[in-house]
Each structure stands twice: as structure tokens, then as C-alpha cells.
Design a protein around this ligand. Structure first.
Ligand code: NDP
Length: 226
């Protein structure tokens, strides 16, 4: 049976990933900054749902959470993320906000992957997926929300390196764009709903092998340019 760890399960794509993983009968470790209280889905009451409480930028808390988990983890989905500060154009940058964006979107996925690597190595089919964004693609020359774009470009590079280093250990690593999704971040005018996006992400997670490691995928499984 599959055990999955998802960061940011209190709302948005992460919450839907947790719901769909539980519906598959998987064991879910979900992380949030506070205890998840979702009255509609009752994920918090589900016997196979386990809360982990940490801010992804608090590396000490991340390691303590890892130490509290004894079972192997098959799939890690780094989902928690931020759009960044209000002022984030190259000519008018909130630098503290930029640094915080990098801490959440770029450094935290690596810190979480490092902390839970021992659990992943004990799986027979370990996989790490990071929810990135097409907004980080270097082939897109747009300059709006540059802190967010830079943080996602950087996490792609970090995870590409992790894929290379973990390949000999049998751990597959991939990045994905979840689509433009109707969440607090995506807004209500976005292209797809959370259910469609999460189903696509879990399909990629289920099918990911060492052959596909180090790649950047769209939510529908298509490969994307860096
Ligand atoms: P939401 O804004 O709806 O949710 C963001 C999640 O990340 C929340 O659970 C939030 O928790 C969590 N989070 C943010 N900062 C931290 C932190 N420091 N520590 C722990 N958790 C944190 O976003 P989405 O669900 O839309 O986005 C999920 C992922 O998908 C993100 O990585 C985003 O960049 C990516 N993405 C989304 C797109 C979209 O269209 N929606 C498009 C492309 C990529 P809290 O409630 O505590 O803030």
C-alpha cells in the first residue's frame, strides 16, 4: 500500500491531493502550518490521515516532523508554495518578500526532501515530485511576478540536481506544472479545477519511474520545456 507525504494540505491543490490519495486507500501524511480542520472532507478524522505541523521554512521543525514518522514514504509531493510579495517587479522589488519567496518555494522543497530521504530510501518505489510552475520557465520572457518566477526556475534547477544525485539510490525526482488552477492562488478565473489538477498530479506520481527522472511535466503528463 502506498504512503504519501504532501506539504500544504490545509487548502488548495494540497488539500485536494490529500482527499484523492485517501480515496485511493493510501496512507497520507499531510503537513500544514496548523492542524488541518476541513469540515467538508473530514480528512483530519480519516484513520489514514496523519497531521504533521510545520512551517516549511523552519528546517528544525521539518527535521523534527521527519523524526516523528517511523514508516517508509513512497511519494513526497512538495506542494506548499507562495505567490510572493505585492511588490515584485525588477524595478520595484520587496527584497524581504523575495527572500521569503525563495525560502518557501525553492529552499523548503529541498529541506523537506533531505529530511525525509531516509524514509524514501526504505520504499521499494520512492518518488519526489515538486509542484513548480510554467511561470518559472526560462523560455518565458515575461517579467511580472519576478520573485515567484525566479523561485520556481530555481527549484527546477535544484530538483534537476537532486534527480541526478538520487538516481543511483533509486529515487525518482520530477517537477510539474499543476495547470492554472482555481484556488486562492490561481483565482476563480483560472482554467481548471483542483480536482482535475490533483488527479493529473497523482497520475504522474503513480507512473513516475527512474526512466522519467529529472523531467518537468505538465499536469496532464505532457513534457514541458525548462
Ligand atoms: P494556495 O495559495 O491555495 O495554497 C498554498 C498552500 O501552501 C497552503 O496550504 C499554504 O498554507 C501553504 N504554504 C504557504 N507557505 C507555507 C509555509 N511557509 N509553510 C507551510 N505551508 C505553506 O495555492 P495552490 O494550492 O494554488 O498552490 C499549490 C502549489 O501549486 C504552489 O506551489 C503553487 O506555486 C503551485 N502552482 C499553482 C498554480 C495555480 O494556478 N493555482 C499554478 C502554478 C503553480 P497556509 O494556509 O498556512 O498559508
Amino acid at each position: 500500500m502506498t504512503t504519501i507525504l504532501i506539504t500544504g494540505t490545509n487548502r488548495g491543490i494540497g488539500l485536494e491531493l490529500a482527499k484523492q490519495a485517501l480515496a485511493k486507500g493510501w496512507t497520507v501524511y499531510g503537513s500544514a502550518r496548523g492542524v488541518v480542520t476541513d469540515p467538508e472532507a473530514h480528512i483530519c478524522d480519516h484513520p489514514k490521515y496523519h497531521d504533521l505541523v510545520f512551517d516549511v521554512t523552519d528546517h528544525v521543525a521539518v527535521r523534527a516532523a521527519a523524526a516523528s514518522v517511523s514508516e517508509p514514504i513512497d511519494i513526497l509531493i512538495n506542494n506548499a508554495g507562495t505567490i510572493g510579495p505585492k511588490r515584485q517587479s525588477v524595478l520595484d522589488m520587496d527584497f524581504d518578500g523575495f527572500a521569503k519567496t525563495l525560502a518557501i518555494n525553492t529552499l523548503a522543497p529541498l529541506a523537506v526532501a533531505q529530511a525525509f530521504l531516509p524514509h524514501l530510501k526504505r520504499s521499494s518505489n520512492p518518488r519526489i515530485l515538486t509542484v513548480s510552475s510554467r511561470m518559472g520557465s526560462l523560455s518565458h520572457a515575461k517579467s511580472d511576478r519576478i520573485a515567484y518566477r525566479a523561485s520556481k526556475a530555481a527549484v527546477n534547477k535544484v530538483m534537476q540536481g537532486l534527480a541526478s544525485d538520487l538516481q543511483p539510490m533509486g529515487v525518482a525526482v520530477a517537477q510539474l506544472h499543476p495547470g492554472w488552477v482555481r484556488t486562492d492562488m490561481g483565482g476563480q478565473g483560472a482554467d481548471i479545477d483542483v480536482s482535475t489538477s490533483a488527479a493529473g498530479i497523482l497520475k504522474i506520481a503513480e507512473g513516475l519511474t527512474l526512466e522519467g527522472t529529472g523531467r518537468f511535466y505538465n499536469w496532464d503528463g505532457a513534457r514541458l520545456e525548462w
